[in-house]
Unconditional design. Sequence first.
Length: 305
Amino acid sequence: MMFSPKALLRASVVVALITIVLKGLAGYMTNSMGLISDAMESFVNLASAVFALAMVTIAERPADDDHPYGHHKAEYFSSGFEGILIVGAAIAIVWVSVQRLLSPQPLEQLGWGLALSVISSGFNAGLALLLFRAARAHRSIALEADGRHLMADVWTSAAVLIGIVGVMVTGWLWLDPILAIGVALNIAREGVKLVWRSSQGLMDEAVDSETLGTVRATIDAFAARVPEGRRLRFDDMVTRSAGQRRFADLHMHVPGDWTLQHAAGMRDELEQALMDAVPGLRVTIQLLPLTMEARATQAGEHHPL
């Protein structure tokens, strides 16, 4: 059973609230800076999930007069916002950890603290796996960003637990804030990656290589299947991604003696084949005679398939 993006993000909000309580209690009981920093990141998880839910809701709106291509790019704002929050949380963790490093404090009730942290990490790991699966099915960068953040949180918690065990074994109190700083640097890296990917999506990044290969293979298969395929030529294809939607524009050169009805029918058949091969793809094919090139091609921007 595949859950909808909105259902998963609502679940992410609930899980974030649960982990805030569990990790907050763990940090309070143990006085561990590592666990406290882990709890602080859970507040980022909550804010990110709420914003992602809002952006996915906007992205589902149909196209209108002001947004003829739809609202799919709203998801990029979600992942970018999440990345900025992650970096902000990392800076706060480093600041507090440096203070604790300068003035170490003993850890307390580590057994209960570790148990609560493990339970909260289990919630995050389970939800992250569901988000990754749904992100692939729905081609949603908002779900992927939330899943990556939760999985980073899981690895962060694992590192904190290892550090606390190290403190218990060695008695070195400085290990706890040092580990918290390492946690902060790790989640900051994840935040920068999310911001970068969002910026690329907002700048109309081309579709991924796998999708591009499918489009080209479908065009080749179409040309080989139809009787007049050897007389067709395709070039000047450009693609872009916008959230869950993908777009492709290309030129289809046909013999000049064909009727417009015959050429248009051939074009419609190819457009349908491409949309069947790549779900969520919107294709625009411009018809041109074999003897004519588009103005961009005449200016030296010819891109054969």
